[in-house]
Design a protein around this ligand. Structure first.
Ligand SMILES: [Zn+2]
Length: 689
């Protein structure tokens, strides 16, 4: 199961570790190939601040567009992908002859409903009336739980999250899971922190909830009172939620139990009625389940008993409003944006409609859109070249593991076994998702979104007790991102990120190894970061390390956490070195492995000439850094620091280069441990992989 890090909704949980270019994508078709010297600021010393040296001119000349919270290489790629996807969607929407049960017919009908502004405006809140009536009719604890189950089926995140995933300790078994959730704000701290900025966001959130209730028809007084109730209920959930750092410990999330044990853990909630509501009506259909956060679920039980039904009903109405808002008429969309876009992320303008609808098609029936995209945007030659690069990176990591001096022979043997078992997915799925059970008809936009959500929910639900399908993908084909999934022990690179400037079959090796090579190295290293290393070659949470090697690993991890916690991002906000540890280990290791892979690739040929005055090694590091160029609003950086396991872009350059002696040599920095971030490196201890 993937950890999707969506920017404006409560994310669904899971274990996969995503590279996250912060909702961004690629590919200026006429962009300069490989390294672009015009983006650099050579007045800055590469040894003092390599991030500014590599991209300073670009950073100064590329302010964040008004409809974005950040802007970087990944965003440019995303915009280029959007241009291709828009054409595809407009073709599909205009093709009235496409069979309604074909992928093109479904994608086209979905897009048409999203672009039908006249109808959406005319409908107003009408599409939600049936939900509100059903919530109003809740009369006891059973019907409350059943309704929460029904809302979960339709993708309305409320109270907690239910999904089917791989059992972490028995990775071929697929079981039901409960995960904490139900918060409108990004994280527990937003409800609980005394920090002035957090208190301010909280106050504005309450005002936003009240405005949404007013739009739904409540009187001003009732709306304000309802917003207070929602805040109180969510604050109770927040208090029992794990912190983002606590959620990084896979053992702390593992509590497999029977449904009887669940009923004992949280007796106040009508679990039987809930599971019937999600669609598990047959006796024995549920089986065992994993309760990721028992304290949180215990609280759901307590709240099932002591929160008055009227307050639960208010909270469910809010859940419906909140999840539907982006797909409703302009007053809902505008108010939703005013808080989540403007206040929370510092985005000045709403994105134009076609881009919002395109994103919805991508997240709701993405593999349908992906099929149409691949035909236009990814050649078999590009795939072959990308696969070859991944194999070179894998071989380089193997060399590295064989020669590391700080791990013992037994751990080394196991690490090589795990590396060998890592599955590789490149471009697009071998087997596309079967959408034959999804009906997209002439209903409203929000109805289509919910039908797609329900289709996905049922598809996921059907996996309970079934054999594992290893061919599935966790992100869509046009996505500018990549991931490692520990329970499948696989690395995945969709066509969306295998585009210029990240991956350009026409560019020199040094550029490609610095950019996409760094990405591939990053994902490979996730198999061996502080979290990923706890899973074995078969994707099971099972220790394969000697005690001494674990101790050594943890000492090195502490040095890296200390290094990154020293970085100041905005005002007095520091990176949380414990939250970002896994990503930072992957960045540092990824850069090293990509560098070693480049040396292997170059060894087969005569030494390359300088290009634009830079050696191959220098171009490698500049390409890496230019891939991370990004301007971001202070607001979005605040959210990132609180919730995101990735370090902000500048530190994905300054951190790893300052820990890499090969970088220091390439730019003659005269420091043994690197130097790209000044004197801030973690020293030799930062080199785990
Ligand atoms: Zn990552």
């Amino acid at each position: 199961m993937m950890k999707r890090l969506l920017l404006s909704t409560a994310g669904s949980p899971g274990l996969a570790v995503v590279l996250l270019l912060a909702g961004t994508r690629l590919a200026a078709l006429d962009a300069p190939r490989g390294v672009d010297p015009s983006k650099m600021d050579t007045r800055v010393s590469p040894c003092e601040d390599f991030y500014l040296y590599a991209s300073g001119t670009w950073l100064a000349n590329n302010p964040i567009p008004a409809d974005r919270a950040s802007w970087g290489a990944g965003s440019e790629m995303q915009e280029a992908n959007f241009a291709v996807l828009k054409q595809i969607l407009e073709d599909a929407a205009a093709d009235r002859a496409a069979a309604p049960d074909s992928v093109k017919g479904k994608v086209g009908a979905f897009y048409r409903s999203g672009m039908d502004e006249t109808r959406i405006e005319k409908d107003g809140r009408k599409p939600l009336e049936a939900d509100f009536a059903r919530i109003a009719a809740i009369r006891d604890r059973d019907s409350l739980a059943r309704e929460i189950g029904r809302l979960h089926r339709m993708g309305t995140g409320t109270a907690f999250v239910f999904f089917v995933g791989q059992d972490a300790k028995s990775s071929t078994e697929q079981i039901a899971e409960l995960y904490q959730g139900g918060l409108g704000l990004p994280d527990r701290d937003y409800y609980l922190s005394d920090d002035a900025a957090m208190r301010d966001v909280r106050r504005k959130y309450e005002a936003h909830v009240a405005k949404m209730f007013a739009l739904a028809g409540d009187s001003r007084e009732a709306a304000a009172a309802n917003a207070r109730r929602v805040l109180a209920l969510e604050t109770r959930l927040a208090k029992k939620s794990m912190t983002p750092v606590e959620q990084r410990d896979p053992n702390a999330l593992y509590h497999r139990m029977s449904s009887e044990q669940l009923a004992q853990l949280a007796p106040g909630f009508s679990w039987k009625a809930y599971f019937a509501g999600v669609g598990l009506t047959e006796p024995g259909a549920l089986g065992a389940l994993n309760v990721n956060q028992p304290d949180f679920v215990r609280e759901i039980g307590a709240m099932g008993r002591d929160v008055p039904l009227a307050e639960w009903k208010t909270y469910l109405r809010w859940g419906v409003l909140h999840s539907a808002a982006p797909f409703l008429s302009s007053s809902f969309v505008g108010e939703n944006f005013a808080f989540f876009g403007k206040e929370l992320y510092g985005q000045k303008q709403l994105r134009v409609r076609w881009k919002r609808v395109l994103s919805a098609v991508d997240s709701e029936i993405g593999e349908g859109l992906g099929q149409l995209y691949v035909e236009r945007a990814f050649s078999p030659e590009a795939k072959a070249k990308a696969v070859a690069m991944v194999m070179n990176l894998k071989a380089a990591l193997g060399d590295r593991i064989r020669t590391l001096d700080w791990i013992g022979e037994e751990t080394r043997r196991q690490a090589l076994r795990k590396l060998d078992a890592i599955a590789v997915k490149v471009g697009y799925p071998d087997k596309w998702r079967d959408y034959s059970r999804l009906v997209v008809d002439g209903g409203s936009y929000v109805a289509n979104v919910r039908k797609a959500e329900e289709f996905e929910f049922q598809r996921n639900l059907d996996k309970i007790g079934k054999p594992l399908d290893r061919t599935e993908w966790g992100i869509t084909t046009p996505t500018v991102d990549a991931y490692y999934n520990p329970t499948l022990n696989e690395i995945v690179f969709p066509a969306g990120i295998l585009q210029p400037p990240f991956f350009d079959p026409k560019a020199d090796d040094a550029s490609n190894y610095g950019s996409i090579g760094g990405v591939i190295g990053h994902e490979l290293t996730h198999g061996f970061d502080d979290e990923g290393r706890q899973f074995d070659a078969e994707g099971n949470l099972k220790n394969w390390w000697t005690e001494e090697d674990v101790r050594n690993y943890q000492d090195r991890g502490k040095a890296i956490a200390k290094q990154y916690s020293g970085y100041v991002v905005v005002d007095d906000l520091h990176i949380n070195g414990d939250l970002t540890l896994g990503e930072n280990i992957a960045d540092i290791g990824g850069l090293k492995i990509a560098y070693l892979a480049l040396q292997k690739a170059l060894a087969a040929h005569p030494a390359p000439e300088k290009i634009d005055g830079f050696t191959a090694d220098q171009r490698f590091f500049i390409a890496y850094a230019q891939g991370w160029r990004r301007n971001a609003t202070p607001e979005s950086l605040r959210v990132m620091i609180a919730t995101d396991p990735h370090s902000p872009a500048p530190f994905r350059v300054r951190g790893p280069t300052s820990d890499t002696p090969e970088f220091s040599r390439a730019f003659a920095c005269g420091k043994a441990d690197g130097g790209g971030g000044g004197d801030t490196g973690g020293g030799a201890a930062a080199q785990i992989w």
